[in-house]
Design a binder for this molecule. Structure first.
Ligand SMILES: Nc1ncnc2c1ncn2[C@@H]1O[C@H](COP(=O)(O)OP(=O)(O)OP(=O)(O)O)[C@@H](O)[C@H]1O
Length: 257
């Protein structure tokens, strides 16, 4: 469904210098697959998501969805950014329904669906609040609800739980898995947490330090539904160790250079 073929991305700086963020990245994601991406800070994970979302264009190679080259934002793709990016003047319910209204996809059931999602995210009773009246973690949960309400075929998530406290993060991870099982969408999920990647994903893509390349593609053979109890299983630990080894090897190589 998503095909990334030999993609490179080079950014030109204002000072005339250039940054090679990604180099020769190839990767496919099947419909309904949950793929996590891990790698050192600055290795191009967010750039990879923005390329899939059509928010930036590759400098080399090609990104295609269902065989068609991605040339801009698509209505079947939703993205959750590291920061919640809510409309400050709109209440929680209006924020969650905003993209649906913008795309003229809002119908009679949209508000009810939004309220149901907010309730599942622990935000029942906050529908009429403004973003500034919520904590950072609550705002991020609103942003996640906003993406899920669109029932996207492709959900791109850039460290979506980074701003959440550990407990809420665990709850939201399992809730995301439940929602994904109910309406399967392809998910590409960027995280710094190896255990979060293994817990959630069918496959974990490991990237090298900048310029980011794919150094491993680790299948996670754990049964679903997933739970935190699985963290003790040998298959969980073997996958986590394999990913960690790649990341530390990359960091050690960078330190020695
Ligand atoms: N718009 C831009 N203009 C110039 N350089 C950019 C731009 N966006 C990203 N970069 C550079 O590209 C590299 C990769 O950035 P990116 O945000 O994709 O990394 P990341 O792996 O998501 O990092 P982190 O884990 O810290 O969020 C970095 O060196 C960054 O400075």
């Amino acid at each position: 469904m998503i095909a990334i073929e030999g993609v490179g991305k080079r950014f030109s700086g204002r000072d005339g210098g250039a940054v090679q963020a990604l180099e020769d990245v190839s990767l496919t994601v099947a419909p309904g697959e949950f793929v996590a991406v891990v790698g050192a800070s600055g290795c191009g994970k967010s750039t990879l998501l923005r390329l899939i979302a059509g928010l930036v264009a590759p400098s080399a190679g090609r990104v295609a969805i269902d065989g068609a080259q991605v040339t801009g934002a698509r209505t079947d793709t939703a993205m959750v950014f590291q920061a919640p990016t809510l409309l400050p003047w709109a209440d929680v319910l209006k924020n969650v329904t905003f993209p649906m209204r913008l795309m003229r996809r809002a119908g009679p059931g949209t508000e009810d669906a939004a309220r149901a999602l907010l309730a599942r995210a622990g935000l029942a009773g906050f529908e009429g609040r403004l973003p500034r009246e919520l904590s950072g973690g609550m705002q991020q949960r609103v942003a996640i609800c906003r993406a899920l309400l669109q029932q996207p075929r492709i959900l791109l998530m850039d460290e979506p739980f980074g701003a959440l406290d550990a407990l809420t993060r665990e709850e939201m991870s399992l809730e995301l898995l439940r929602l994904w099982t109910e309406s399967p969408m392809a998910v590409v999920f960027v995280t710094h947490s190896i255990s979060e990647a293994v817990l959630l994903a069918d496959r974990v893509i490991v990237m090298s330090p900048r310029p980011g390349r794919v150094v491993d593609d680790v299948a996670i053979p754990l049964p679903r539904p997933r739970s935190f109890d699985q963290e003790g299983l040998p298959a969980f630990q073997a996958a986590a160790r394999r990913i960690r080894d790649h990341i530390f090897r990359g960091q050690a190589a960078r330190a020695a250079a």
